[in-house]
Design a protein around this ligand. Sequence first.
Ligand SMILES: NC(=O)c1ccc[n+]([C@@H]2O[C@H](COP(=O)([O-])OP(=O)(O)OC[C@H]3O[C@@H](n4cnc5c(N)ncnc54)[C@H](OP(=O)(O)O)[C@@H]3O)[C@@H](O)[C@H]2O)c1
Length: 321
Amino acid sequence: MHRERIRTDGGVETTTDPWTETRTDLDGQVALVAGGTDGIGKATATRLAELGATTVVVGSTPERGHEAVEAIVEESNNDAVEYVQADFSLMSEIRQLAEEFRGNYDRLDALVHTAGILPYEREMTEEGIERSFAINYLSRFLLTNLLVDMLEDGGPTGVVNVAAAGANSVELLDLDDLSSERFFTDPEEGDHMTRGQNALDQAQVANDIFGLELADRVEGTGVSSTVIHPGAVDTDIRMKADDGWRQVDEMLRSEMDVVPPELVAETVVPLATVTNPSEINGKFFQTGRQVVEFQDGVRDPELRQDLWEKSAELSGLADED
Ligand SMILES: NC(=O)c1ccc[n+]([C@@H]2O[C@H](COP(=O)([O-])OP(=O)(O)OC[C@H]3O[C@@H](n4cnc5c(N)ncnc54)[C@H](OP(=O)(O)O)[C@@H]3O)[C@@H](O)[C@H]2O)c1
């Protein structure tokens, strides 16, 4: 296999790692894209539908969801696209989604997590969880756990977490303050324009640790778990937040080339459809199919176990075991 060492501008050590084979005819297969109604998720869902998969997209805003289905069907020429509404800030809705999915489909071949928001106001849900942490991380943990047996029953199958693979230090995660009560905004940043940065970092690091721990737990079952950092992408995610995040959007667009979501999907879809899951299981990627070396702390078995237990408790999964 050809491997090439590359140093990116950020100094992150990466390798290009072309996968030997991916499934390119997804006829008869089922893909679930959590957050598939906009941005990276919509581009990913479109590509999966183009390849023939029955594609289920989930989001919280029905109007956006129905528009997305129409656009995906038209672009992919595949009618088998379904929208399911669920608010990922609530674990009760994740449970309902998983139950509904099991009722409607007898297989799951690809599970892609792209649902996310940029936090700017600290808000607790009625279930006692900080809202952005629930949407950006905990919903992914619970949904994956509730459907993992379906992924294992088939195979090869893939779980892909679109987050910030390896970009943030594990020290940003405070297991005693997952709801960011102490620091919602990064204390080092003072009056930085992006309020909620600390809450966002916590969720992204949690996704890294979860992706790696899941990889260990599914190794050898025909399932792969990968995490990808998409880079700065041309989506509306920052415009949907507050003025601070909108300024970041302006800055990013003036200073660098933001990546089209379709380009990110070109890495996400192969990760979700690789024929040999152990080839990529537990790896972190960037857009462009480069493998990213992750921070050592992510491997810490105690941290991984502690986060898993806290997540199971917070999401209610522990009560179901
Ligand atoms: N764009 C970037 O530059 C960038 C960079 C690094 C990482 N990422 C990560 O990549 C992921 C996708 O980002 P994106 O730019 O594609 O975002 P986006 O275009 O804003 O799409 C976000 C998706 O998440 C769904 N969503 C948001 N809140 C939800 C909720 N409460 N319940 C259910 N679904 C919800 C949205 O649907 P509804 O609005 O209908 O709820 C939409 O489908 C995020 O996790 C983000 O943090 C993005």
